[in-house]
Design a protein around this ligand. Structure first.
Ligand code: ADP
Ligand code: ZN
Length: 622
């Protein structure tokens, strides 16, 4: 799937790694103007031999934090990365830049691995990406001892945290690096880690003395939206049609069956939608992921098995048809949208059944009380985000210890503030109905009783005679559902752990039953028919929407696609959309002018400069 790691060809591009400053490497190799916030400091720290723990949001530019020092220091940088697909893409991208990069993982045969190991031992590599299970093998460690190592970079460092959501036991063993290579700088990087996880990372990887670099969590280009679930399929279709027709996106579902059904449904509506879950044969999975990376406008429908390490910069939307288990998971999954910094949407629908299902899964799960307590808190925080009436971004950032002083203006509650209503009486009625019917029934039945339904089941149970029968006709079925959802979300009711969805009172609801507390409820917004692009945010529109010269744009993209296909890499490995856009704006006529375009470094200038200049010249003639 990837071109052979051809070391001779690599050597031809051999950059002189010695004696260059980080700034020079940034300009000459990567073609970028300046460092992003924190990047410069981190790079100087590591380049001068210090350790670092880096927390930076997705798309913040973590890779450069070790790639630049790798090219400044002499020797080979070892990058530990848990995902093979990710390391392959990164290596392909680096080689495009003329950097001598390679990987070691289980996809290679013996010969390939030997060749890579040889290149390491003879100092022919700037960076070597390595899977953790491979790294900790005695044979690999021995090899490292014999080579000249510039630094260790531990990517996705939160995998070392046992309470985190991506725990990998191999990561625990990375502690050997500190013991066996005490003088070699180590940098650990992650995009998701609350304070506790951060501490755990520092302890387990012996980075307590390291400098910590924590950059803000905000992803201002992502618009967060969460709506009550009415008809999920229709809601999803409306959303995509109105705002993301032809865009690339990810749709997350909880179960494999639902993934398959949703992918099929979207395909029937004419979208290129592909399923991805652990139940598919690994070939199909790899194939679907490849198409997602390489083609335009592909929607991948997936369980959470998909996405870690997906580096695609132009994912325009992430849709959740089911509720994630925690804000960490939500933030990480939605964070796959808009790495390129362009406007993107994180869209989710959720309903009472989701809440009940997750709560039941949690209670039924293996794990000790402490574990369950932590999980429960995490789920509560997730539900809290769903039900807030203030800015969602403020809540989200606050959870990660970040503060946003004013409401963001780019989430649904900011754009379309939900109304609240005094639900004190309704809540009392709902809770007492649960009580009067013996805490044995699910929400549909309870609403039947409240609304005085003539339903056979109600009569047979004698519940047409309880005091709460028919006392709730002032609210519609949908409105009652919203009341119950909020009661469960806020912990006043819980779903029977035995299953069946029966709702039970919790200790917490006592004051509400007595009417001692006033309760403000969220009024579920009425969905407006056309929520078109115009209403979707403050920060302008995606690259392709900013393009005015469509002919030129398509020509440059075709040029890029041809080069990408020839080399078997995703198009963005050749140039990002933002780089093409910049080219189209500036219409450079000489190599020097082209070098001024952001994202055009020396190697790409040499390899593709003439080709793109010719394409631009043709545009000028047309
Ligand atoms: P992360 O790993 O933190 O999610 P990446 O390292 O993939 O983010 O970087 C995200 C994008 O930002 C990439 O396309 C990268 O090339 C770009 N980028 C990173 N640093 C800079 C910079 N200093 N100037 C311009 N673009 C940058
Ligand atoms: Zn907001």
């Amino acid at each position: 799937m990837y071109p052979d790691q051809d070391f001779e060809q690599l050597s031809a591009h051999r950059p002189t790694t010695s004696g260059r400053s980080p700034e020079q490497v940034l300009h000459e190799v990567f073609g970028y103007e300046s460092f992003r916030p924190l990047q410069g400091e981190i790079i100087h720290e590591v380049a001068s031999g210090g350790d670092a723990l880096v927390l930076m949001p997705t798309g913040g530019g973590k890779s450069l934090c070790y790639q630049v020092p790798a090219l400044v220091r002499s020797g080979t940088a070892i990058v530990i990365s848990p995902l093979i697909a990710l390391m392959q893409d990164q290596v392909a991208a680096l080689r495009e830049l003329g950097v001598r990069a390679a990987f070691l993982n289980s996809t290679m045969d013996f010969e390939q691995a030997r060749a890579t190991e040889y290149a390491l031992s003879t100092g022919e590599l700037d960076l070597l990406y390595c899977a953790p299970e491979r790294l900790i093998q005695p044979r690999t460690l021995e090899l490292l001892h014999d080579a000249s190592i510039s630094l260790f970079a531990i990517d996705e460092a939160h995998c070392v945290s046992q309470w985190g959501h991506d725990f990998r036991s191999d990561y625990l063993q990375l502690a050997v690096l500190a013991n066996e290579f005490p003088s070699i700088p180590r940098i650990a990087l992650t995009a998701t880690a609350d304070e506790r996880t951060r501490k755990e990372i520092a302890e387990r990887l012996s980075l307590t003395e390291a400098r910590h670099f924590i950059s803000g969590f905000d992803r201002p280009n992502i618009q967060y939206r969460i709506a009550p679930k009415t008809n999920a399929n229709k809601q999803l279709l409306d959303f995509i049609k109105a705002e993301h027709e032809g865009d690339c996106g990810i749709v997350y579902c909880l179960s494999r069956n639902k993934v398959d059904a949703t992918a099929k449904m979207l395909a029937q509506k004419g979208y290129t939608a592909l399923p991805y879950h652990a139940g598919l044969p690994s070939n199909d999975r790899a194939h679907n992921q490849e198409r997602f990376l390489r083609e335009d406008g592909v929607i991948i429908v997936a369980t959470i098995a998909f996405g870690m390490g997906i580096d695609k910069p132009d994912v325009r939307f992430v849709a959740h048809l089911d509720l994630p288990k925690s804000l960490e998971a939500y933030y990480q999954e939605t964070g796959r949208a808009g790495r390129d910094g362009k406007p993107s949407t994180a869209w989710m629908v959720y309903g009472l059944q989701d809440v009940i299902k997750l709560r039941q899964m949690l209670e039924a799960s293996q794990g000790n009380d402490h574990f369950k307590r932590v999980e429960r808190q995490k789920l509560d925080a997730m539900l809290g985000l769903c039900e807030v009436t203030k800015c969602r971004r403020q809540v989200l950032l606050n959870y990660f210890g970040d503060e946003l002083e004013v409401p963001c203006g780019n989430c649904d509650t900011c754009l379309n503030p939900p109304e609240t209503w005094d639900g004190t009486v309704a809540v009392q009625k709902a809770l007492s109905c649960v009580f009067r019917t013996g805490q044995r029934f699910g929400v549909t039945y309870l609403i039947d009783v409240l609304r005085g339904s003539e339903n056979e089941r109600v009569r047979q149970s004698g519940h047409h005679q309880v005091s709460t029968y028919g006392i709730g006709i002032e609210l519609s079925v949908t409105e009652w559902k919203s009341v119950f959802r909020q009661l469960v979300a806020n912990g006043y009711l819980r779903a029977d752990p035995e299953g069946y969805g029966a709702l039970q009172l919790t200790e917490q609801c006592r004051p509400l039953l007595k009417g001692e507390h006033k309760v403000e409820l969220r009024k579920d917004p009425v969905v407006k028919k056309s929520a078109g692009r115009s209403s979707s945010g403050r920060s302008g529109s995606a690259v392709k929407d900013q393009v005015t010269d469509h002919v030129g744009w398509e020509a440059l993209r075709a040029c890029r696609k041809e080069l990408a296909d020839k080399q078997g890499v995703p198009p963005y490995v050749i140039f990002h959309d933002t780089t093409l856009f910049d080219m189209l704006e500036r219409k450079p006529q000489t190599l020097d002018e082209l070098a001024g375009v952001s994202g055009v470094g020396a190697a790409k200038l040499e390899k593709y400069g003439e080709i793109f200049l010719a394409a631009i010249a043709r545009l000028n003639q047309a």
